[in-house]
Design a protein around this ligand. Sequence first.
Ligand SMILES: [Zn+2]
Length: 284
Amino acid sequence: MRKLLAIFAHPDDESFGPGGSLAKYAANGVAVHYLCGTRGEAGTVDARQLNGYTSVAELRTAELMRAAEALGLASVRFLGYHDSGMACPEGADPAILCAAPLDEVAQRIIGFLDQLHPDAVITHDRFGGYGHPDHIKLHQAVLRAYELRYGARWSLGADGLIRLACDMPAPRLYFTVIPRGWLKVAVRLLPLLGQDPRRFGRNHDIDLVRIASWEMPITTWVDVRRYIEHKQRASACHASQQPLGRQSWLARLIFRRAQTTECFSRAWPPFQPRERRETGLLGD
Ligand SMILES: [Zn+2]
């Protein structure tokens, strides 16, 4: 049985991110595992949503377990760090993911790689999607894990792609990519709806203008049209973290439209100069 390991920082990154791809592979007989860096402790949660749960971590873990079921995941595991929120202050507690020693995080990841032997690994891109410090840390820790476990060396090309060279057989490695085209559409349309694209999201701490300027080439497009329902059902499980908050139907429409294809950047095996774009994560 083929295995896919998604490594992201928070409960909800799996659903709001590549949820369609995870559901697609799970539905096609691949064992899809989720290794979650934290339990989303820093998430903003309404007091009434906490109803019945003793902590934000407990609530968000429960939301994640329901989302995992909606996606058909084989298992959910935790790296055991705390969520930093959007800021990672100097001298922060090393129990917080963004402040944890890199090699320690990498060693914990290696433990799961050796236990699961995945065929492919998916994680955050080098910008951490929208710049979240826990996402960036996990991206770096996965690269470090490949260095320590598979003898990988890596470089960032002028084309913006990270390419690995591994001494040993290693799982394929992908980073999730937010397609810039859709972001640019959103940046132009949101002001027309009276919304500031520099202060996007329920916490108004996401700068879409800056994110749209980050270059992140796409090597792999996965058609998830048939799995949008799964992704939406899984996303709805994270009721405490709806990213669009009460934003307009048009903003929702743009983001839903952007969800028919999920995009990735492949780092291992390294993407070749004249290689055609892939349509799958397992060489399919
Ligand atoms: Zn996250």
